[in-house]
Design a protein around this ligand. Structure first.
Ligand code: ADP
Ligand code: ZN
Length: 724
């Protein structure tokens, strides 16, 4: 059975391999065993029931809490040519009836329902007459009161299960906490062996945290890295969302706000516009994200503190579902912490304890100098043992050696002391760097001995250092006011009894970003995106339903123009090929024609040849074919071009450092007499083959450039090169 599952994976979904645990889960389900599948967002949960649904004889029911999620799934399945429908309150009476009709006629493989709909008597009556093969509960954490979105109707699902005794039961969720997992198992009467828990490490997410110093500037310079790419900016308050959206709009960005204060229609419009790639950036409160399946979100910016580590993880999880690299930046401000502390103080005592613990975990995560994945995964009970993930700011800093910053520490600490331990890092840095701010004047801090002594470090470096000193226990920070105070340990440093070192980023900002994506033709990618957008709009679906970005990237690597070359690409199954292949191949062919590029087959799995090869230029292919024995005339015919074009290709090929096979082709095609040919050859020997003009002039302009090019090639062939 699993062999068939693999065939479906490739033929219908167009994917080469299963993601971790998909195969195990599918196997379990195919054996009709209870299965609890816990995978992070983007882990590929949907395939775990969609593939069995295609292999089972009966119907697969999928319970889903949100209409938007159901719609999205049905659209995606529809594009793949899979019969899937939904029953919910968003349908008109006619649509509803026609869907029921299709179920009765056994035409449906997957049926998506909200729990309320499923619990209705008429639905149950309908299903009683059906053979139900699999009962799938998506977002299964909704069953648990401990989960973040408990849905009472989910509680009744366990009774319902008994109505389908023959059906496999599959529960799926991205919630990792033990408590919720156990709750789901208990509610559904699953054995412990039913659980499949994938790693929560999202390898393709680059995690970075920066001290929030100039938030607007930091936001803009972050966004600069993602021209035209989708992303989400999370802010804490509605007001901040509106301000940020306005600010970015003024800066020329395509952006829409999203928060609970907007009218429902406006929210829906903005969300739809983002999903369809009509809007690049969503500025949102945490209200945004549930029910979004957009796989090509390339960045998440946390402009404010997330509520806790779990919500941070959930929010960054919305990026990079397609498995391609996505960047997550968290602007961490001590000022924001003070605000949160204030809110916490308004709560009752037991809430205060929980909230403070969560906040401290978040601060620990932000301040760690270890790999970011360590505390993050630890929070979910997962041990992470890689020495260097290569995908977080700290691991990239790893190669920086620690430098001695004892003097900087002494300067900073004594400045804190002289200004009487009532100021935050920003003001201390202003003193050290000799700022002329009002505040300095007001407190006469330009009279301090530490005024202006810290010009060796930039403001940003000082911020980093101040954070480092707090972390090293030299300073205590008052979380309410942000002021810094010396600890006993600080005195050891001031007295010169202890030295301090830090891995400080000397180059600051512009470190090269590691790339997961291989090299591709970005101009072609843009063209293909437009082709996709037109098809998507015509079909009223989001662009990713047509093809994911990864497919377009592979098109821009291999330039496929035939079924043989398009079908092996990621995300291209038989139905999608037939439905959408043509316009893409046409666009690629046009592009290749203009840019003289040629298609290369994507190396199949295990064939051993490098799949990293990027599309080779036409001249290379022509040159190689010539050297393998094709004549100029044959090549011209094969590529449907003039002889002259082949000559140009061969000349380029030779200039690229390749030798050309000796042949009589050139002299035979040339219209010159044998004597003239000899004279021209001699001129090339004398003036070299680099430029035509000297030869043209030396021959009294009697031989045209076309002819010169032919003889030049003759001179460049292997034999003549050796003798010259
Ligand atoms: P989840 O529900 O776990 O968040 P999805 O089922 O939406 O994840 O899958 C995320 C994305 O990954 C989708 O675009 C899906 O098509 C893709 N995907 C799933 N399985 C694979 C696979 N084996 N190979 C490549 N892409 C996959
Ligand atoms: Zn790391």
């Amino acid at each position: 059975m699993i062999a068939q599952a693999k065939i479906i994976l490739k033929d219908i979904f167009g994917y080469d391999e299963f993601r971790p645990l998909q195969q195990e889960v599918i196997e379990n389900v195919l054996h009709k065993k209870d299965t609890l599948c816990i995978m992070p967002t983007g882990g590929g949960k949907s395939l775990c029931y969609q593939i069995p649904a295609l292999l089972f004889e009966g119907l697969t029911i999928v319970v889903s809490p949100l209409i938007s999620l159901m719609e999205d799934q049905v659209k995606q399945l529809d594009a793949l040519g899979i019969e899937a429908i939904m029953l919910n309150s968003s349908l008109s009476a006619n649509e509803y009836q026609s869907n029921i009709q299709r179920i009765r006629q056994n035409k449906v493989r997957l049926l998506y329902l909200a729990p309320e709909t499923l619990l209705m008597e008429r639905t149950l009556a309908l299903l009683a007459s059906q053979k139900v093969a699999c009962f799938t509960i998506d977002e299964a954490h909704c069953i648990s009161e401990w989960g973040h979105d408990f849905r009472p109707e989910y509680r009744q699902l366990m009774d319902l299960r008994k109505r389908f005794p023959e059906a496999a039961c599959l529960a799926l969720t991205a919630t990792a906490t033990q408590r919720v997992q156990e709750d789901i198992r208990r509610s559904l009467n699953f054995e412990a062996s039913a659980s499949f828990v994938a790693s929560f490490n999202r390898e393709n997410l680059f995690l970075a945290i920066k001290q929030k110093s100039q938030p607007a500037q930091q936001t803009l310079s972050f966004l600069e890295k993602f021209p035209d790419q989708s992303g989400i900016i999370y802010c804490l308050s509605r007001k901040q969302v509106d301000e940020m959206a306005e600010f970015l709009e003024d800066e020329g960005y395509s952006v829409k706000p999203y928060h609970a204060g907007l009218a429902t229609e406006v929210r829906q419009q903005n969300q739809a516009s983002f999903i369809r790639d009509d809007t690049q950036i969503m500025v949102a409160t945490i209200a945004f994200g549930m029910g979004i399946n957009k796989p090509n979100v390339r960045f998440i910016l946390h402009f404010d503190l997330p509520g806790n580590i779990e919500s941070y993880y959930q929010q960054i999880g919305r990026a990079g579902r397609d498995g391609l690299r996505a960047d997550c930046l968290f602007l961490f401000g001590y000022g924001d912490i003070r605000k949160i502390k204030y809110f916490i103080q308004q709560k009752n005592e037991s809430e205060q304890i929980i909230a403070s613990t969560q906040l401290n975990a978040l601060i620990g995560f932000a301040e760690t100098e270890d790999c970011r994945r360590l505390p993050l995964l630890k929070y979910f009970g997962e041990a992470y043992s890689e020495p260097n993930c290569g995908m977080c700011d700290n691991c990239l800093n790893e190669d920086q050696t620690a430098v001695d910053v004892t003097i900087a520490a002494q300067q900073f600490l004594s400045c804190v002391k002289h200004s009487r331990e009532i100021f935050g890092a920003g003001h201390i840095i202003d003193i050290l760097r000799g700022s002329k701010s009002q505040k300095i004047k007001k407190f006469a801090h330009h009279d301090l001995s530490t005024y202006g002594i810290g010009l060796d470090w930039s403001k940003q470096q000082w911020f980093y250092l101040s954070r480092h000193f707090v972390q090293k226990g030299l300073l205590d920070q008052d979380l309410q006011h942000g002021s810094l105070k010396l600890t006993p340990k600080a005195w050891e440093v001031l007295r010169g009894n202890q030295s301090i070192s830090a891995k400080i980023n000397q180059q600051s900002e512009t470190r090269s970003r590691p790339k997961i994506v291989q090299k591709y033709d970005s101009s072609l990618f843009e063209i293909l995106r437009q082709v996709r957008k037109i098809i998507a709009d015509k079909n009223q679906v989001p662009p990713y339903v047509i093809f994911p970005d990864k497919t377009l990237i592979e098109m821009a690597i291999y330039f496929p123009q035939s079924e043989d070359n398009l079908m092996p690409l990621h995300g291209v199954g038989a139905v999608k090929y037939a439905k959408y292949g043509d316009p893409f191949m046409r666009a690629i062919a046009d592009y290749c024609q203009v840019n003289q590029l040629t298609e290369t087959p994507k190396a199949g799995r295990g064939s051993g040849s490098s799949s990293k090869k990027i599309g080779r230029s036409r001249y290379q292919v022509v040159g190689e074919k010539y050297n393998e024995g094709s004549t100029v005339l044959q090549l011209a015919k094969e590529f449907k071009v003039k002889n002259q074009t082949i000559f140009d290709h061969l000349y380029k090929y030779s200039c690229a450092g390749n030798t050309l096979r000796p042949s009589n082709d050139f002299l035979e095609i040339s219209q010159l007499s044998p004597e003239q040919q000899q004279t021209v050859s001699a001129a090339f020997q004398e003036f070299g083959t680099g430029a035509l003009r000297p030869v043209y002039e030396a021959l009294q302009e009697e031989v045209g450039y076309e002819e010169l090019k032919i003889i030049r090639l003759h001179c460049l062939t292997e034999e003549l090169k050796k003798t010259s």
